[in-house]
Design a binder for this molecule. Structure first.
Ligand code: NDP
Length: 260
């Protein structure tokens, strides 16, 4: 018999960057557990492909073209999502970009600003709109909600040539902790997920690099790249009532890389 709290029927989960990679991996698992799904991405074609795939799992799906670095688009996107689905129970602020640089001294200011606009402004706008919806609902007598920020091991380990990216991910952890404390009174919890080395479009360059395959992946105790599907179970748990007393934490999913 299935563990009842993991049944997400009647719940709505919104995943930014849900049209591929880790976001789609989480969305597919939550759909399989019965949740209706909203995905946001900036590319309409990729959104449509993911929407079709998720709809095939038998739940209601809404894909929206939303650039998370744009404050107005995020506000409108959340309003539309709530209007279409009736409510949003969990929000995964997962959309992100990774821009490395040959070295820190060569890192361009425009690169720094671009990374901050998606990885930090985007998370701020997304979580703030999610909180506005959840606080309003709680005040109307219906408390609860789960917020998730997707950070990175780059937040806690030195990520050479990735100073801007690392800074945004450290900030996501700090923001999540503030949000968790402030919104506990509304039954809302907030946690950060820290992925390790995951095989997605973001890491295509590293996946194709033989030096990386020889030197880095052997240092992952699990001895393999992580896959988007490796995030499904955690997404279902965090979207479910089983995690209602779990808040303010950083959850590392890295095949043991960070403790080896
Ligand atoms: P992918 O490059 O595979 O996917 C990124 C997702 O973010 C896409 O769905 C993309 O959609 C969306 N996105 C990017 N920019 C925007 C934007 N401005 N507005 C809305 N959506 C946007 O990356 P991953 O799945 O690997 O990464 C997901 C998260 O996990 C990121 O936050 C990343 O930093 C983090 N992470 C990943 C690791 C890895 O090894 N892969 C390791 C540690 C952390 P679209 O193209 O339509 O805009």
């Amino acid at each position: 018999m299935a563990y009842a709290p993991f049944n997400l029927s009647g719940k709505v989960a919104l995943v930014t960057g849900g049209n591929r990679g880790i976001g789609l991996g989480m969305a597919k698992a939550m759909a399989q557990a019965g949740a209706d799904i909203v995905i946001w991405g900036s590319n309409a074609e990729r959104n449509l492909a993911a929407e079709t795939e998720l709809t095939g799992l038998g739940v209601r799906v809404k894909a929206q073209t939303v650039d998370v670095s744009d404050e107005a688009q995020v506000a409108e996107g959340m309003e539309e999502a709530v209007a279409a689905m009736g409510r949003v129970d969990s929000v995964f602020a997962n959309a992100g970009i990774g821009y490395g640089s040959p070295s820190f001294v060569e890192m361009k200011t425009e690169t720094y600003r671009k990374v901050l606009s998606v990885n930090l402004d985007g998370v701020f706008f997304t979580l703030r709109e999610a909180c506005r919806h959840m606080v309003e609902r709680a005040k109307a007598g219906d408390p609860g909600g789960s917020l998730v920020g997707v950070a990175s091991l780059a937040a806690i380990e030195g990520a050479a040539r990735n100073e801007a990216y690392a800074a945004t991910k450290g900030a996501v952890i700090s923001m999540i902790k503030s949000v968790a404390v402030e919104h506990a009174r509304y039954g809302v919890r907030a946690n950060a997920i820290l992925p390790g080395w995951i095989a997605t479009d973001m890491t295509a360059g590293a996946q194709a690099n033989s030096a990386f395959a020889e030197k880095v992946i052997p240092r992952v105790p699990a001895r393999r790249w992580g896959e988007p599907e490796d995030f499904g179970g955690m997404a279902v748990y965090l979207a479910s009532d089983a995690s209602s007393y779990h808040s303010g934490t950083t959850i590392v999913i890295d095949g043991g890389y960070s403790i080896f």
